[in-house]
Design a binder for this molecule. Structure first.
Ligand code: MN
Length: 132
């Protein structure tokens, strides 16, 4: 497995996952799609996947987005990795809770595709400029 990837998308909806992957690929960036938090954590913690950006659906079965971001923040290599929460039907206080759990920012679902691409590109370029 290539350990460097621009974006790790964690999304249990197959339809949304495919859309995000397509938009990211069309923007000229590389992406991997994890269908659950369990899969994402296995790649990140056990296999050493090091994405430049993580897009994390907060409504996931078994392990929630909050569980996932908390777990990955305990890993030294992942402590500073940008994590953007994907939030659908956020309740008042949810976004603050996601940020408090370790997310850096959020994108609301359903996404605005242009805005999504703009944000993802800007995030990845900022990380590349800093580290590569
Ligand atoms: Mn979901």
């Amino acid at each position: 497995m290539d350990k460097r990837v621009d974006v790790l998308v964690v999304e249990d909806s197959e339809e949304s996952g495919r859309l995000f992957q397509m938009l990211i690929a069309n923007a000229g960036l590389s992406a991997r799609l994890a269908a659950s938090g369990v899969e994402a954590l296995a790649w990140l913690l056990d296999e050493g996947l090091r994405p430049r950006l993580i897009l994390l659906d907060m409504q996931l079965p078994t392990l929630s987005g909050v569980d996932v971001v908390r777990r990955l923040r305990t890993n030294r290599d992942l402590a500073a990795t940008r994590v953007i929460a994907l939030t659908a039907h956020a309740m008042p206080g949810d976004r603050e809770r996601f940020i408090a759990a370790g997310c850096d920012d959020y994108i609301s679902k359903p996404i605005d595709t242009r805005e999504f691409v703009r944000r993802v590109r800007a995030e990845v370029q900022a990380v590349r400029a800093r580290r590569d």
